[in-house]
Design a protein around this ligand. Structure first.
Ligand code: C2E
Ligand code: MG
Ligand code: MG
Length: 433
């Protein structure tokens, strides 16, 4: 094993710079029997600097470097890869990954104990990712692997150390591919629109549906909206997806109307960005006018988090939509922070209760009473209510007991491809009772 390399290149903390670390790493590795890469992030440094002072923050970084390098018996080489990040090459001593994770958990806890003893209001925390190098691994990929592991912790106060798995890298690669895959699917008209029915429990039939998007990667596997929606939101592409889904929904309603089918409202999801995309809402309104379908057949869903910033502007635009006859729904109620202020201002027809909130509520009597009273209050003010994500007959019973009649969930159907949905739910006008 190589001795401790002390290259005073990052002078503030006595460690080589990241560039030097990358250069020196492969050489240092030659003397190591089992190289382990450790990526460590100190969380809450900004808060620490505010509570104490930037000078004490500098001390904290120096102490972190000293603790994880000089005091670490397995240390080979290290650098500060970012303001509050360390990257280490250490000797694994042939420990299993479980044993290594445990060892570093204890080591990290030792660091936090010392810091917290000195700075009681510090609230600092560590996120640490590890990767054991395999024969043939290149040094840079190994560093990435340790970083993937660290990022997987993602603000959890329970986990301090995570070990790399291929799954983490795949997830990350999946994310990187979202934008090109989406663009291709959009260009080649391969964005799918699925429809999930909304059911009236008392009437026993469909009263509406929600349009949900999907697209596949080049291998033909569907990408989950949980992956692509946030990425498209962050990259400003979400409005292109929303426009596509809304246009397809309008065409579908138009086709059904021309075929003399019974129409019901279909909801589409709007993102915050759609309100600020110039001409977006006007273009949709025009398209609906041209299609000649009743405006009450299109419902716009949006979440509260989409509204809270720029509340005034968004409420104004929603009010204009509502006055034209469109329906508005507040989506995922109970999933984030809900303020009565927003509820009082949003011109919504429908409040959609989130699955998590409903499940939590029906677990005990107090929760059920709250749900029942909320449903009552909403209905007696001016809202319709819907419960999302109902999967079992038992959940449905409890929800109906709380006064909610309209239900969307796997109990009735999953989101279906259009052809399947039409076969099951689209009937001529005269057949509806
Ligand atoms: P959402 O608007 O709240 O849609 C309902 C989600 O709940 C759908 O997930 C649906 O498949 C799922 N769900 C329905 N019934 C059940 C159930 O019984 N159990 C469980 N566990 N889940 C159920 P999906 O399709 O994965 O979409 C997730 C979210 O992604 C949507 O939540 C919506 O916010 C967003 N999204 C989907 N398509 C679009 C889109 O085209 N544009 C925008 N802006 N957002 C979209
Ligand atoms: Mg929705
Ligand atoms: Mg929802």
């Amino acid at each position: 094993m190589v001795g401790k390399l002390n290259l005073e290149l990052d002078r503030s903390i006595n460690l080589p710079s990241l560039e030097r670390f990358k250069e020196l790493g492969p050489k240092a590795l030659m003397g190591v029997t089992q190289g382990v890469i450790v990526s460590i992030n100190l969380k809450n440094l900004k808060y620490f600097n505010e509570i104490y002072s930037p000078r004490e923050g500098d001390w904290l970084i120096q102490f972190m470097a000293e603790y994880f390098c000089q005091r670490n018996p397995d240390y080979v080489l290290g650098c500060r890869s970012y303001v509050d990040h360390l990257l280490l090459l250490t000797e694994g001593k042939n420990l299993s990954k479980e044993a290594l994770v445990k060892k570093y958990e204890e080591f990290c806890n030792g660091f936090l104990d010392e810091v917290n003893k000195k700075y009681v209001r510090a609230k600092v925390h560590l996120e640490c990712g590890m990767y054991i190098m395999q024969p043939g691994d290149d040094f840079l990929t190994a560093q990435d692997n340790a970083r993937y592991a660290r990022r997987s912790i993602n603000n959890s106060y329970r986990t301090t150390v995570a070990y790399y798995s291929d799954d983490l890298r795949n997830k990350s690669m999946e994310k990187a591919a979202v934008i090109p895959d989406f663009r291709r699917a959009l260009e080649e008209h391969e964005i799918m629109v699925l429809l999930q029915p909304k059911y009236s429990a008392s009437q026993g039939h469909i009263v509406g549906a929600e349009a949900l998007s999907r697209f596949a990667n080049p291998e033909g596997e569907l990408v989950s909206p949980a992956i692509y929606v946030p990425i498209l939101e962050n990259s400003g592409l979400i409005s292109e997806l929303d426009r596509e889904v809304i246009f397809r929904t309008i065409s579908l309603q138009q086709k059904w109307m021309e075929e003399g089918k019974h129409l019901f409202p279909i909801s589409v999801n709007l993102s915050r960005m759609d309100f600020f995309e110039r001409g977006f809402l006007e273009e949709i309104d025009q398209r609906i006018e041209q299609a000649g379908i009743p405006k009450s057949c299109i419902e716009f869903e949006l979440t509260e988090t989409a509204i809270v910033e720029n509340l005034n502007e968004i409420v104004e635009k929603l009010t204009a939509l509502r006055s034209k006859g469109y329906r508005i729904a507040l989506d995922d109620f109970g999933s984030g922070y809900n303020s009565l202020y927003v509820l009082g201002r949003i011109p919504a027809n429908v409040i959609k209760f989130d699955r998590g909130f409903v499940l939590y509520s029906i677990q005990n009597e107090i929760g059920k009473t709250i749900l029942r009273n909320l449903v009552d209050t909403f209905k007696s003010t001016r809202f319709e209510v819907l419960c999302e994500g109902v999967e079992t007959e038992e959940e449905k019973q409890q929800i109906v007991e709380c006064g909610c009649d309209v239900i969307q969930g796997f109990l009735y159907d999953r989101p279906l491809p259009i052809a399947q949905f039409e076969e099951k739910y689209i009937v001529p006008e005269r057949e509806i009772g």
